[in-house]
Design a protein around this ligand. Structure first.
Ligand SMILES: Nc1nc2c(ncn2[C@@H]2O[C@H](COP(=O)(O)OP(=O)(O)OP(=O)(O)O)[C@@H](O)[C@H]2O)c(=O)[nH]1
Ligand SMILES: [Mg+2]
Length: 606
């Protein structure tokens, strides 16, 4: 091990050999215990006298192999491993941080999904599973808070088997119930899972490790499983040139007093040194700049000193580090960072551009415009929209600008004249354009809310459209002339009718069927229900109607069955698009009418 107090990278990531530290993302629902789990790992390391070896990185915690081994006891023998340790990235569980979770998941070699044994699966547990499935990241489930099992007899820092044996049957049963619930939920989500000691093949099966971040029970097992998984399945991926030019991902862009805009970077390959020329993905184009300082938070014991950070000359993968450099204002979270050292600048810029283009989103010829604050959130948005089958015309990082409004306004369909903004501002010019161009803007800092708002908007629009279509369309009706109800024979004929099914409306043409042929009778020119003029009448009512055209006794008779004469196009729309919207009796009238028409022409209204 290197000297922990040396000026250079003072953590586990250096050697042995040239294998880098696997990056472990810790994901899970809010309050399920992700941070506590890492605190426990850090805390135990302190009590094991390994404080100097644990480094608090930017957004990450490095645990060297020796420390893993001493915490895991018999479960991890340092000699069996040649990976240098584990680098944990904590992520927040709050629903609005889907970006950080997506980025952590994408960056990680392997992940821990933390699930509260009492709470089971929750929305962000599912979301994390989606991310892991999509990125193909292997993971284990830490079933946390086993110490809250009623009647639990805690065995501080003990391996699972040992603490399990110290419990009463009743406590063990209760825990088992909760664990099987979680295994069931994993299986519902499409993952075959079991308690980790029963898992033979970790490639096809998810291991569940019961733990307590409070008492440290099961932590040895969790570390052992993570080490074992990494060693077994990740070793070749960990063989990188640690001396080579560094490669990393921007986790966040943050303003830091005295430094201006800085990058919180997770370095997954090579080294980065003070003075290195680097290329970073920017909003408009790649940024070329020079590292002014590499910073890392001071150890907890030193935090009271004036400077919050300590400076490093050089950092080796895998590490979390803050990079201070000029011109970083336009850098994007989620973007790649590459050290140029010894390569042609153009090649490195091209590599960064290519990596950025891979993140770019599949777009369609018709669709909505998407703007997001970071690449990671753009990706997450694109995935959410793909799942909801909402097409995207253009997707970009940045605030909503007039250009976006112009693009959105060209959409053919109104439901695509829409901008979906995730965590972005709207430039004042754009605001004005939105009003003028009849473009709709949705802006939210929760992805699923944004998708939901949009879906609701589309639904409402469709309903309104159907209503206006329904307004214009002629409705079907079957009605009958009542006996002894001829009030006038012609010009117009006025008769009493009973509506058998459907809706009759004024000014509609009337037809009847004779020997299977439709015969035009005339046109409704007035209706009265109980002495009052009405425009329409529904099934079941009796009304008197004036019909222009026929003469009672010659063209129509009392007792005749009459129909509203439906235009073919209307019949087609009614049958194909509005069948669910119209009342059952109207549907009945429509079906009967179609049946009669199709006796003569089977393709009528199709
Ligand atoms: N009894 C018990 N309490 C726990 C355990 N792990 C975490 N807690 C408690 O659960 C609460 C939430 O823990 P955190 O570690 O902050 O949870 P988190 O997953 O990091 O939460 P977010 O970062 O907000 O998503 C705290 O009050 C912890 O003390 C455990 O194993 N046992
Ligand atoms: Mg936390």
């Amino acid at each position: 091990m290197p000297d922990a107090n040396s000026d250079t990278d003072a953590d586990a990531a250096t050697d042995p050999g040239s294998l880098r530290t696997p990056i472990v993302a810790v994901l899970g629902h809010v309050d399920h215990g992700k941070t506590s789990l890492l605190d426990k790992v850090r805390g135990s390391a302190v009590s094991e006298g390994e404080a100097g070896a644990i480094t608090q990185h930017i957004g990450a915690t490095a645990v060297p192999l020796d420390t893993v081994s001493s915490m895991a006891g018999d479960l991890v023998m340092a000699d069996d491993f040649d990976l240098p340790g584990l680098l944990f990235i904590d992520t927040p569980g709050h629903h609005s941080f889907s970006t950080l979770r997506a980025r952590g998941g994408a960056l990680a070699d392997i992940a821990v999904l933390v699930v509260d044994v009492n709470d089971g699966f929750q929305p962000q547990t599912e979301e994390a599973l989606d991310i892991l499935q999509r990125t193909g990241t292997p993971f284990v489930v830490a079933a946390n808070k086993i110490d809250t099992t009623p009647g639990w007899n805690p065995q501080a820092d003990a391996p699972v088997q040992q603490t399990y044996e110290s419990q009463t049957d009743r406590a063990r049963e209760r825990l088992d119930e909760n664990l099987y619930e979680i295994i069931g939920e994993l299986s519902d989500a499409g993952f075959s899972a079991d308690l980790y000691w029963r898992v033979q093949n970790f490639q096809g099966n998810i291991g569940v490790v019961p733990v307590s971040a409070m008492t440290g029970e099961g932590i040895p097992d969790l570390l052992a499983v993570l080490m074992g998984l990494s060693q077994r399945y990740m070793k070749t991926e960990m063989e990188v040139d640690l001396q080579g030019p560094g490669k990393g991902t921007v986790l966040e862009v943050k303003d830091e007093k005295g430094f201006g805009a800085t990058l919180d970077v997770v370095l997954y390959d090579g080294t980065i040194e003070e003075g290195d020329r680097i290329v970073v993905g920017g909003v408009e184009s790649p940024i070329v700049t020079e590292v002014r300082a590499l910073l890392r938070p001071k150890a907890l014991s030193e935090i009271r000193t004036e400077a919050e950070f300590e400076r490093l000359d050089s950092v080796q993968a895998a590490s979390g580090v803050k990079v201070a450099a000029p011109d970083l204002d336009d850098a994007m979270a989620g973007a790649p960072v590459r050290v140029v050292r010894g390569r042609h600048l153009e090649d490195v810029i091209a590599a960064v551009e290519e990596e950025l283009s891979e993140i770019e989103v599949d777009t369609a010829d018709e669709g909505v415009v998407v703007k997001a604050d970071t690449l990671g959130s753009l990706e997450a948005m694109a995935n959410a929209l793909r799942e909801a089958e909402i097409p995207i015309l253009r997707a970009e990082v940045g605030d909503v600008a007039p250009r976006d409004v112009a693009v959105a306004s060209t959409a053919n369909e109104a439901e695509h004249r829409v901008i979906l903004g995730f965590n972005v501002d709207v430039l004042p010019d754009a605001e004005r354009e939105i009003d003028q161009q009849d473009v709709k803007l949705f802006n939210h800092d929760v992805i699923y809310q944004l998708v939901e708002d949009y879906e609701q908007y589309v639904e409402e629009r469709q309903r309104e459209q159907q209503e206006t279509v329904l307004d214009k369309i002629h409705r079907p009706a079957r009605f009958r002339i009542l006996e002894d109800h001829t009030f006038r024979q012609n010009d117009p004929a006025v008769v009493g009718v009973e509506i058998l099914s459907g809706t009759i409306e004024n000014n509609r043409r009337v037809a009847k069927f004779e020997d299977g042929e439709t015969v035009r009778v005339g046109e409704l020119s007035g209706m009265q229900e109980q002495g009052e003029d009405v425009d329409e009448a529904r099934a079941g009512s009796r009304v008197s109607v004036a019909i222009d055209g026929p003469t009672v006794g010659r063209d129509i008779e009392e007792g005749d069955e009459l129909w509203i004469d439906l235009p073919e196009k209307h019949a087609k729309i009614l049958e194909q698009e509005l069948k669910e919207e119209i009342p059952a009796d109207e549907r009945e009238a429509l079906n009967a009418y179609l049946e009669k028409m199709r006796k003569r022409d089977p393709f009528w209204g199709k």
